[in-house]
Design a protein around this ligand. Structure first.
Ligand code: ATP
Ligand code: MG
Length: 154
């Protein structure tokens, strides 16, 4: 199924605009005019909802979140970066584990600890990768790389 990634990302940003404003977090997008690709737009929307939700809820007042998309050859690259609480290096390897939540995340906002694990499974099913880099106390960057065309196995 072919879809345009750009309106989907704009809708995700729109969905979190009110909560970001309430938290006094700046939410910005940096998107091309169009980026058509293959994939399950509903499941990828679920992935982006979780990642942007995380970025907003783990960023204290005065911080910012940026959602960007670009093309790297035949790969769509989506980057969600925040200036929030960050993740300790010893916790980074656990963020995809079911039910894992860092101590600071538990203090900052509610959650179940399931979102990122599910997100990575969906991205992997699309032939893509999901990586998280972070600096405790400074912020987190989540990078999704998705092939623009997914060829069915048969
Ligand atoms: P939910 O299942 O409702 O999404 P959650 O947001 O706690 O709950 P995940 O989205 O799976 O769970 O994230 C797992 C953990 O990774 C978080 O609890 C938090 O410790 C850490 N984390 C994820 N994104 C960020 C971020 N942007 N900044 C800081 N910590 C993060
Ligand atoms: Mg989450």
């Amino acid at each position: 199924r072919s879809f345009d990634l750009v309106p989907m990302l704009a809708a995700v940003s729109e969905a979190f605009a009110a909560s970001a404003r309430e938290q006094r977090v700046t939410l910005e997008t940096d998107l091309p005019a169009h980026l058509r690709m293959d994939g399950d737009v509903f499941r990828l929307r679920q992935v982006l909802d979780n990642i942007v939700s995380n970025a907003v809820k783990y960023t204290p007042a005065g911080g910012s979140v940026r959602v960007s998309a670009s093309l790297d050859g035949d790969t769509a690259v989506i980057v969600v970066t925040d200036t929030g609480i960050g993740i300790a290096s010893e916790d980074l390897e656990h963020v995809f584990d079911p039910l894992f939540r860092s101590t600071r995340a538990q203090e900052q906002a509610p959650g179940t600890g399931l979102g990122l694990g599910i997100a990575r499974e969906i991205v992997t099913a699309h032939g893509g990768t999901l990586t998280v880099t972070s600096e405790l106390g400074h912020g987190t960057t989540v990078t999704l790389r998705l092939p623009r065309s997914v060829t069915p196995e048969s």
